[in-house]
Design a protein around this ligand. Structure first.
Ligand code: WQD
Length: 338
């Protein structure tokens, strides 16, 4: 049985990926320092799959802890690296937290992998690396623009580090550039954990609908888009999780054509903020209170994926609609508040 390490495996995308890995028969080991997740997520995974992954609370900024972990688990055949700080706004206020956490943890893991005869490494990247791309939908060869936040910069630097290391080692890697992950597992046993005031649109919508927030603030409706609000590619987190399993299997079967491959993971459909609100009102049967306020610093006008490469080369395609993803997010919100 293939043994896979998932760092950040109790996080939003990480936990959904652990479920899909277990569904495919992988033995999963999770590292998570619980800085942005809760140990309860482990129980949620257990309730869904019937298997509790082996879990270790390790802070990947602790180099000796990382070294000890890889000595102990020297039979790991693949790593999916989610563990990172990911709040754009927080990264602007506290850049060193982001550079230390997101870069050092990546370097310490790679330093263990370069000694292995062969290792398979999936890196959690983001469409943020494109900034405001000139052409929609965005392809993988679109220019990587100067990052507009330290968070985005850590993703760009991470990709560059992996590319350089892969040239001089036996590391095979796939960089997955996510668009906007939303939703929750159909069981509502795991989902996006609401720690503090949500920065992202969909958890703010579901908390508003539940009555935890007075109203949603829509950050600007004067953009050059059909309804004036920003456009994004909202992808169901389970579709995204499945893509990680497929990417890992590609490396395990040595089907990769280069030692670093890059894929955009989106639906290929762009939706404006107003369209998301309308879709949510449809699936929830509730009117959503919102007001238009000023633009948010750093927001791009539009970002949605050209998914041809993931569809043809990876053999993966997102299946869920925006409505299905929003419905799962709403079910999750109601479940955790019950
Ligand atoms: C989506 C749209 C906002 C909140 C970020 C990161 C990206 C990835 C996903 C980690 C924008 C609008 C939002 C609100 C609003 N994270 N909005 N009111 O900024 O596209 O992407 O999260 O990998 O890297 O950059 O997602 O959900 O914050 O915003 O009007 O209360 O919703 O202006 O147009 P974003 P988001």
């Amino acid at each position: 049985m293939n043994k896979v390490l998932v760092t950040g495996g109790l996080g939003f995308i990480g936990s959904h990926t652990v479920v899909e890995l277990q569904n495919e028969g992988f033995e999963v080991v999770v590292i998570d320092n619980l800085s942005n997740s809760s140990i309860e997520v482990l129980e949620g995974i257990h309730r869904i799959t019937g298997t509790k992954p082996h879990y270790e609370n390790i802070d990947l900024r602790d180099k000796s802890a990382v070294q000890y972990f890889f000595k102990k688990h020297n039979d790991i055949t693949g790593i999916i690296h989610f563990a990172a700080s990911k709040a754009v706004g927080e990264s602007v206020e506290n850049p060193l937290l982001y550079y230390e956490n997101n870069i050092n943890s990546l370097v310490y893991i790679l330093q263990e992998l370069i000694h292995l005869t062969q290792s398979n490494f999936i890196f959690s990247s983001s469409c943020t690396v494109y900034g405001q791309a000139e052409k929609m939908p965005i392809t993988e060869d679109a220019t990587v623009q100067p990052a507009n936040s330290p968070y985005g910069n850590t993703k760009q630097i991470g990709e560059e580090i992996i590319t350089d290391v892969a040239k001089v080692s036996n590391i095979n890697s796939i960089l997955l550039r996510y668009f906007n992950p939303i939703g929750a597992h159909s069981s509502a046993e795991i989902g996006e954990l609401p720690l503090g005031i949500p920065q992202n649109l969909v958890p703010f919508i579901t908390q508003t609908a539940f009555g935890l927030r007075k109203e949603l603030s829509v950050y600007g409706n004067d953009y050059p888009t059909p309804d004036g609000t920003c456009i994004r590619d909202y992808i169901h987190v389970v579709d995204l999780a499945k893509a990680h399993v497929i990417a890992l299997q590609r490396l395990l079967k040595k089907q990769n054509l280069e030692n670093v491959e890059t894929f955009n993971l989106g639906t290929g459909r762009g939706s404006s903020v107003i369209e998301v609100i309308s879709a949510f009102e449809k699936v929830s049967g509730q009117k959503l209170p919102y007001k238009i306020v000023g633009r948010r610093e750093g927001d791009v006008i539009a970002a949605y994926a050209n998914t041809d490469k993931a569809n043809t080369v990876l053999g993966w395609k997102a299946k869920s609609s925006l409505e299905e993803a929003l419905s799962s997010a709403w079910n999750w919100e109601q479940k955790i508040r019950s």
